[in-house]
Design a binder for this molecule. Structure first.
Ligand code: PMT
Length: 223
């Protein structure tokens, strides 16, 4: 049996992509399948935590036995996350949140015209950054999908978003990132690289990550 390292802890996990509507039949989304976030939710559950999963757009079945809320947009996800925040001990933001959304959401289906169409986008809220600003007792874990300069961008994000840990995956690497059952990650804190994990299942990545978090939360070094 897995050690109950998270017994008595409340873990909130976001998973999947967000859906930003253009009109009633069209939207903008991304390739996140939800697998990484579901793996974290399941691992936390196996480690004894009380888990709340906030799922955006996902391509796999929702995990059984885990308390789940489904959301669409970045704004919806933000509101759902804030509702859990005060009683969360560990927040894990694996979701691929849209950085931009259509400035106007059309109430009826947009009609095709002769001219090209320019879609105007506006920034969404940065959920992780906002949580970093309100952090009190919470242990905050962010993810970062990168295609280049992984080290530099990960270090920038861990500091700017005030995360306790940041999990970087180079999504151009085989077996890593969006849609796969495996991942290859580096884990950082504000001081630098904490762990450089080899290619492994997302379930195993989740367990390794939560072991580090549990160790730090319980005041013991787990790695
Ligand atoms: O779902 P899978 O198919 O298993 O794929 C897993 C994954 C590749 C989506 C996952 O491992 C991953 O990398 N998730 C983060 C994706 C992402 O949006 O990275 P980012 O570098 O753009 O964002 C950095 C962090 O800020 C993330 O924790 C993100 O959730 C958060 N963010 C970003 C934008 C925004 N508006 N609000 C946020 O909270």
């Amino acid at each position: 049996a897995m050690r109950q390292l998270l017994a008595g802890r409340k873990v909130t996990v976001t998973a999947g992509g967000t859906i930003e509507r253009i009109d009633p039949v069209r939207y903008i989304t991304n390739d996140s399948s939800g697998k990484m976030g579901i793996a974290v939710a399941r691992a936390a559950h196996a480690m004894g935590a009380e888990v709340r999963l906030i799922a955006g757009s996902i391509q796999v079945p929702l995990p059984e036995g885990i308390d789940t809320v489904q959301v669409q947009s970045a704004q919806d996800m933000y509101e759902a996350v804030l509702g859990e925040w005060n009683h969360t001990d560990i927040m894990v933001q694996t979701a691929a949140v849209a950085d931009y959304r259509p400035k106007t959401v059309h109430a009826t289906k947009m009609k095709k015209k002769d001219d090209d169409l320019v879609l105007e986008l506006e920034k969404t809220v940065d959920i992780l950054e906002s949580l970093g600003q309100r952090k009190q007792h919470q242990f905050l874990i962010g993810f970062a999908a990168e295609t280049n300069n992984v080290d530099e961008y990960a270090m920038d994000k861990v500091k700017r978003k005030n995360c306790d840990l940041l999990v970087a995956n180079d999504v151009t690497k085989a077996g890593a990132g969006f849609g796969t059952d495996t991942n290859k990650v580096q884990i950082y804190d504000a001081g630098g690289l904490v762990e450089d994990l080899p290619l492994m299942s997302k379930d195993e990545v989740a367990f390794q990550l939560l072991q580090i978090a549990a160790g730090r939360l319980n005041g013991v070094s787990a790695s």
